[in-house]
Design a protein around this ligand. Structure first.
Ligand SMILES: C[S@@+](CC[C@H](N)C(=O)[O-])C[C@H]1O[C@@H](n2cnc3c(N)ncnc32)[C@H](O)[C@@H]1O
Length: 239
């Protein structure tokens, strides 16, 4: 076959292949799996030796803990509403929300660490709170039923999501129409923020905000609390 004929044959084959892949009868090609954006970031959080983990979260030198009352008021879950504390950790915000929503409301404490969840259950029982449910989730989905919650709270945890697109789409599904999302995370300012934190938190506020908007949320504002020096608070609603 002459070289020009062989080129024509190759082009015809490629056109045929493209038509077969995109035509109306084509088999859908599965979308690529999301890959971890930060492999290994949760290694220590999977430990069942939870004493040191709780110690890290519940210390007065941590502004999120020392300002928890103010934070709860800013989040402002309505009495009777359903809240999900995603990445609940030791559960101090879960327990606080449980008081704010009252007996008619419900708080889901969602985490990937079952031992932390057992401790949250025990803490709820000690406090006489009957409106807390713990949910062991996966790293790709919060595992909550569709349209089951009014408000999702994610505190110092968004940067721990290894599969943020998967996790955020599960959160989007779990929220009721008009549902609210509050995200608290670390400011990340080169030259100001400590080096370990710049390394630990993979991106800053603008990047996280854009990712969350792309996951089906509308940005509705930022809460500027004078007493929070290291963290910002962003509010979104479900689109
Ligand atoms: C730094 S701690 C913050 C805990 C709590 N929100 C606080 O501010 O005190 C991060 C928590 O997120 C949990 N976590 C990590 N990846 C998660 C995921 N994909 N879904 C739910 N929880 C996750 C960890 O097990 C850990 O309890």
């Amino acid at each position: 076959m002459a070289p020009s004929q062989s080129r024509i044959l190759t082009v015809l084959l490629l056109i045929g292949l493209a038509t077969a892949c995109t035509g109306p009868g084509a088999t859908p090609v599965p979308l690529a799996e999301e890959v971890s954006v930060r492999p290994g970031i949760n290694e220590s959080w999977k430990s069942d030796d939870i004493g040191p983990l709780i110690g890290r979260l519940e210390t007065e030198s941590r502004e999120i803990y020392s300002e928890r009352g103010l934070l709860g008021a800013v989040v402002g879950p309505r009495p009777g509403s359903v809240v999900a504390d995603v990445g609940a950790g030791s559960g101090f915000m879960t327990h606080l929300f449980a008081r704010l929503v009252g007996a008619e409301g419900l708080v889901y404490a969602v985490d990937i660490n079952p031992t932390l969840l057992d401790s949250i259950d025990a803490g709820a029982a000690e406090r006489g709170l009957t409106n807390v449910r713990t949910v062991l989730c996966t790293e790709k989905s919060v595992g909550l039923p569709p349209q089951s919650v009014d408000l999702v709270f994610i505190c110092d945890t968004y940067h721990h999501f290894e599969y943020p697109r998967n996790t955020m789409s599960s959160i989007q599904r779990a929220l009721r129409p008009g549902g609210q999302l509050l995200v608290v995370d670390f400011d990340r300012i080169p030259g100001v923020t400590a080096d370990w934190l710049l390394e630990h938190v993979r991106a800053g506020k603008e990047v996280f905000r854009a990712e969350i908007e792309a996951a089906g949320f509308e940005f509705t504002g930022e809460h500027d609390l004078e007493s929070l020096e290291d963290n910002y608070i962003l509010r979104f609603s479900k689109r």
